[in-house]
Design a protein around this ligand. Structure first.
Ligand code: FES
Length: 112
């Protein structure tokens, strides 16, 4: 049993959120896939597509620092706002994220 969890807010869960056990040592993308959460990933977690982005709502300090590959897909402002690539994001404790729609990702200002 996992001692920590990640909570996902999206357009379906709205203000309630849905919590899942967190497997530390796995990326957030992998954790989402383990729990059969549909993702927008197009590159399988190789930091190429930029479609796996999520926004950390709380506990950003519980995560690894953004890696160089994330800075290709996300502006400094977006990173400051909490946006990360879930395929590069490792969480050490409880975390809450916002999972955007594909439309939000496509219309993001720094999306290539
Ligand atoms: S899954 Fe493609 S960049 Fe993360």
């Amino acid at each position: 049993m996992s001692a920590y969890s990640f909570t996902v807010f999206d357009e379906l869960t709205e203000d309630k959120g849905q919590s899942y056990p967190l497997q530390r040592g796995q990326t957030l993308l992998k954790n989402m896939l383990i729990h059969k959460i549909s993702t927008h990933s197009k590159c399988g977690g190789k930091a190429i597509c930029g479609h796996c982005r999520v926004k950390i709502i709380s506990a950003q300090s519980h995560c690894n620092k953004p890696v160089a590959e994330e800075k290709i897909h996300l502006s400094e402002e977006q990173i400051q706002q909490g946006w990360r690539l879930s395929c590069q994001l490792y969480c050490l404790k409880d975390i809450t994220i916002y999972f955007p729609t594909q439309d939000e990702i496509t219309h993001s200002s720094s999306f290539p």
